[in-house]
Ligand binder design. Structure first.
Ligand SMILES: Nc1ccn([C@@H]2O[C@H](COP(=O)(O)O)[C@@H](O)[C@H]2O)c(=O)n1
Ligand SMILES: C[C@@]1(CO)OP(=O)(O)OP(=O)(O)OC[C@H]1O
Length: 162
């Protein structure tokens, strides 16, 4: 059995916050704001997996009204969701993601992001791809007001698993 899911997330860029994307802290004058650490890429990946499993979305599992998730490490949230996939007998087929940001330049940090995501999903880095694009200075991402990310995942399940 194969199941696919997609995820999309946006977080605002503000002063005085770390810029954590794909589990990597990127040196930048602005950072992402959220209830958690606001890791926009890991949130999109988490939502893609939840979508593939038919289990709703990140806010359903980790409400932003719950003080337990204040400044939460999004990698830990992703691992918790991945455990739901493993319990159901799923393995990662592949995952592809796009970070939509005018700045900062993501390219130097993408190999480490792919390693982080692969490790969290018990996968080889060859099963994980991360891309980045600007929006050519158009829209909220182009004005540098925020960063978006989208992700699509393919999960495979052995025939004997249910
Ligand atoms: N925040 C970003 C955005 C883009 N990149 C890299 O630059 C390439 C060109 O981007 P365009 O939006 O002008 O097409 C893109 O393919 C990425 O490799 C980046 O590293 N960080
Ligand atoms: C992760 C959670 C929980 O801390 O908070 P945020 O960091 O605000 O992120 P968002 O992408 O709005 O999604 C779900 C939230 O419930």
């Amino acid at each position: 059995m194969i199941r696919v899911g997609q995820g999309f997330d946006v977080h605002q860029l503000v002063e005085g916050r770390p810029c954590i994307i794909g589990g990597v802290t990127i040196p930048y004058e602005l950072g992402l704001v959220g209830h958690s650490d606001a890791d926009v890429l890991l949130h999109a990946v988490t939502d893609a997996i939840l979508g593939a499993l038919g289990l709703g979305d990140i806010g359903k599992h980790f409400p932003d009204t719950d003080p337990d998730y204040k400044d939460a490490d999004s990698l830990k949230l992703l691992v918790q969701v991945w455990n739901l996939a493993k319990e159901r007998g799923y393995r990662l087929g592949n995952i592809d993601s796009t970070i939509i940001a005018q700045k900062p330049k993501m390219a130097p940090y993408i190999p480490e992001m792919m390693e982080v995501i692969a490790k969290a999903l018990d996968a080889d880095v060859s099963q994980v791809n991360v891309k980045a694009t600007t929006t050519e200075q158009l829209g909220f991402t182009g004005r540098g007001e925020g960063i978006a990310a989208q992700s699509i995942v393919c999960l495979t399940q052995d025939m004997l698993s249910s």
